[in-house]
Design a binder for this molecule. Sequence first.
Ligand SMILES: [Cu+2]
Length: 596
Amino acid sequence: MTSLPRVRPLRGRLHAWRVVAFALCGSLATSQPSAAVGSPGPPAARCQRAAPGAVVPEPVDFRSHDHQLVVDLSILSDVAPRGMPRYCYVLPTGEQSPTLRVSPGDEVTLRLRNLLGGTAKSPHRAIARATTRAGDPCTSGEMSPTSTNLHFHGMTVPPVCHADEVLKTSVQPGDAPFEYRFRIPDDEPPGLYWYHPHVHGFSSAQVSGGASGALVVEGLERAVPQLAGLPERVFVIRDQALENPDAPPSSAEPVVPQTPLDSDGDAGNNNTGFGKPAKDLSVNFVPVPYPDYPPATIRLKPGARQLWRVLNAAAVTYLHLALLYDHEPQPLEVVAIDGVPVNWSGPRAAPVRQVDHIGIPPGGRAEFVVTGPPRGVTGVLMTRSVDTGRGGENDPNRALANVVADDRARAPQSVMPANPKPLPPPSRPWLGSVAPVRERRLYFSEAPANPADTTSPTVFYITEEGRQPAAFDPASPTPDIVVRQGDVEDWIIENRSFELHAFHIHQLHFLLLDWFGHPVSEPFLRDTVNVPYFDLHMTRYPSVRLRMDFRDPAIVGTFVYHCHLLEHEDGGMMGTIRVLPADSPLASVAVTPGAL
Ligand SMILES: [Cu+2]
């Protein structure tokens, strides 16, 4: 799988890692009253979480009606019993993190109320405090522990206030509910997207505290007819600070070297597949804490086939999923990546890609069909270890959930429509067949804040070749990159650091052309991709080549690209891009040394 980090095989019973060319290497009514949140309740009970081992609940579905989705969400925070901050999105009816379900052409009205209480801490507060102009939430740019906003990850929605703008939009506690209103584009690929806060300096704290939810653009069965009539369910996998940071690893694990902490205080990669992880994981808020990883519980009728829509909403943790029955990896029939059907390039592409493991970087999504275990067999959904580099976090092997064959298992709450109409043909030529007008080279790098003190905090950069590395500056009025709407560019993203990074850009999808020197031919698009880490034995920096699509006439304005490991983004690894109107003079587009 080309966009995956290189991965160690599990000891013993799993098949050896193979290089795979395919780069996978009860609903509520809308129109809730807007002011119905009322008293948020006692602080310790605002963001309820399940007990370890619990049956994985499905997030409540919140569907559009008559092409309108109207939803009131409040963001709350509290402190868990062991002192960790929690965040949650709550409906007026009390459910957390609803799955918003829309169709192309629908109008979304989302009223966000900020009820944060000020429990967040960020090591990057000094950076984030650079601009403060409180008042109008569209222009304030306030970035503080209690500021918040929303990003609709993957959606091709305009980068303007009230739609999907995160550079200036900031909602404070006490503000009136802030209204997001936008139309789902007619050509939005059907699949799994998500929403989360995007306040620079505080994204990691809020997201790892639990502020995230799924957004489904309906119609995947229109691209993949094999899905017609299939039950489907959403799994949101989050990470959070360790519940038991001082515990030794389970005695069932081999003894491995002590992991050093990285500059963020996370357990560093020990390159064994075992030992203390950087973060705990949860599955739809059912925690699976270190050191014993008590699996959550997923029940299916024996042999039942379901579409699983899996979102990696972790702030820093890479997922590498496998489904084992009697220790044997089971086929995962992948139908969409990052909200895009795997046959998006056209009818000649296969609608289903079969793999037996799949990597998902932070921010990424994978949608695949599984077949439940036969009667009498209990399977396990696990995440295998990911080698994040000598400078990366420790992402060891661990179970996520037992997958139990149960004749009495409840049917999932959602079923794919039975008689799908085919999707209309795309409005623009396939991105892979469009010649780029320009090539740029960008690179990830890291450096200690004080060059004379290698133990000082790490500053994170993403820089266009030819410019000086500089941490993201929210006060800067000058975009880092300027392009023209209508253009297609190739971007080479290099990694000059010793850890994995995940490149993400707002407002558009891109085509992966080359991963770590290997040309790939993917008939689908992504919005988040791994960039392999550098190590001293390498003779050149690892890179990916991406074809960037600025043809969408709705995407004009200024937005961001960044690493989706949110500790890195908060620490400076973000840049701005301005897409000028198509008729702008060419001279206004910065042409870099790598231009074609
Ligand atoms: Cu990163």
